[in-house]
Write a new protein. Structure first.
Length: 221
């Protein structure tokens, strides 16, 4: 499903060079829920961005369902992202001028795939995340937990094979965090979505099938 081999990522800015990933080799099975943990700056987001085809490695290989992310051009990466990957971020990134329902449909709007069945799925997802009665509201009318649940529905609208979540509960209180994590787990199990979830919370990491702990750009073994 997802595999990396000796993945390296370095950032250069002027004289300074930061080695964010220093040889990550891992395999994630279809349907697995994996928690990525580690101290600030250890490379968690960098890894997630490469797995999500948002960034490319400096060296090494990364495969998504056999597609070589390290050697595809930007157009191919974008196409793969729109088809196969869903993202949830710490700051929800909903568009303020769109309703909740329109935000959920956005990934499909971008690729011209909004039809009656997509609208039906959007409404089903909004029900699943307990926001059916908020579908015509705008983001500023929602609480943090509700915004993240809307973002989760949006991330799943196109039935991605992989859901990548970067500290999805980083801005939520503990009740909302629990709810968002429970929903991620439930929906991923139901739809057989593979999940890679970055978290600072021990409690959340324990709910995953497996944990990958990073230290200084490497997997801590
Ligand atoms: N665009 C960039 N340019 C230069 N350095 C970067 C860039 N992005 C990340 N880095 C550096 O790479 C290292 C890893 O960053 P990354 O964001 O992956 O860490 P993280 O584990 O997600 O941390 P946090 O828990 O604080 O979110 C850090 O030292 C960071 O400063
Ligand atoms: Mg990060």
């Amino acid at each position: 499903m997802l595999e990396t081999r000796d993945l390296h990522k370095s950032y250069e800015s002027g004289e300074a060079r930061v080695d964010a990933l220093r040889g990550i080799t891992l395999k994630i099975l279809p349907g697995e829920i994996v928690a990525v943990t580690g101290p600030s700056g250890c490379g968690k987001s960098t890894l997630l961005h490469i797995l999500g085809a948002l960034d490319t490695p400096t060296s090494g290989q990364a495969y998504l369902e056999g597609h070589p992310l390290h050697s595809l051009n930007d157009d191919k990466l974008t196409a793969l992202r729109r088809l196969k990957i869903g993202f949830v971020f710490q700051f929800f990134h909903l568009l303020p001028t769109l309703t909740v329902e329109e935000n959920v449909l956005l990934p499909l709007l971008l690729s011209g795939r909004v039809n009656a069945s997509a609208r039906h799925r959007a409404n089903d997802l909004l029900k699943s995340v307990q926001l059916a009665d908020r579908s015509h509201h705008r983001p500023h009318q929602l609480s943090g937990g509700q915004l993240q649940r809307a973002a989760l529905a949006r991330a799943l609208i196109h039935q991605p094979s992989i859901l990548l979540a970067d500290e999805p509960t980083g801005n939520l209180d503990s009740a909302s965090s629990t709810m968002v994590i429970d929903l991620i787990t439930q929906l991923a199990r139901k739809e057989k979505t593979t999940v890679v979830l970055v978290t600072h919370s021990e409690e959340i990491a324990r709910t995953a099938d497996r944990r990958v702990a990073l230290v200084d750009g490497r997997i801590h073994s």
